[in-house]
Design a protein around this ligand. Structure first.
Ligand SMILES: [Zn+2]
Length: 101
């Protein structure tokens, strides 16, 4: 395995996922409502997005190209953390329970 993280390999059932996403969006781009041919990860796989249907959207070519360019640009500027620190994943919801009863 190389450590390149440009894109993750597509899942084995990608053809089916892709088709189901296009059907779910009625063949329309999620952003501009033009006819869509691309299926895009809403949260890019390289940023931890899943291959589930709820992370997929249909996009037309121009919107897909623009989003891909933005993601590439973002990846260049903000290096992904080498390894997420296990202790940092959950503490967002703690300490909010100060209700007076
Ligand atoms: Zn579009």
């Amino acid at each position: 395995m190389s450590s390149s993280r440009r894109t993750s390999p597509l899942p084995k059932n990608w053809a089916k996922l892709r088709h189901r996403t296009l059907v779910a969006y009625g063949g329309r781009c999620a952003l501009c409502d033009q006819s869509a041919r691309q299926v895009d990860h809403i949260v890019p796989a390289a940023e931890g997005g899943s291959d589930e249907l709820d992370n997929l959207q249909a996009l037309c070519d121009p919107c897909h190209n623009r989003k891909t360019a933005q993601e590439a640009n973002r990846a260049r500027h903000a290096k992904p953390p080498a390894a997420p620190h296990p202790g940092m994943l959950r503490h967002a919801t703690e300490g909010m329970d100060d209700v007076d009863s």
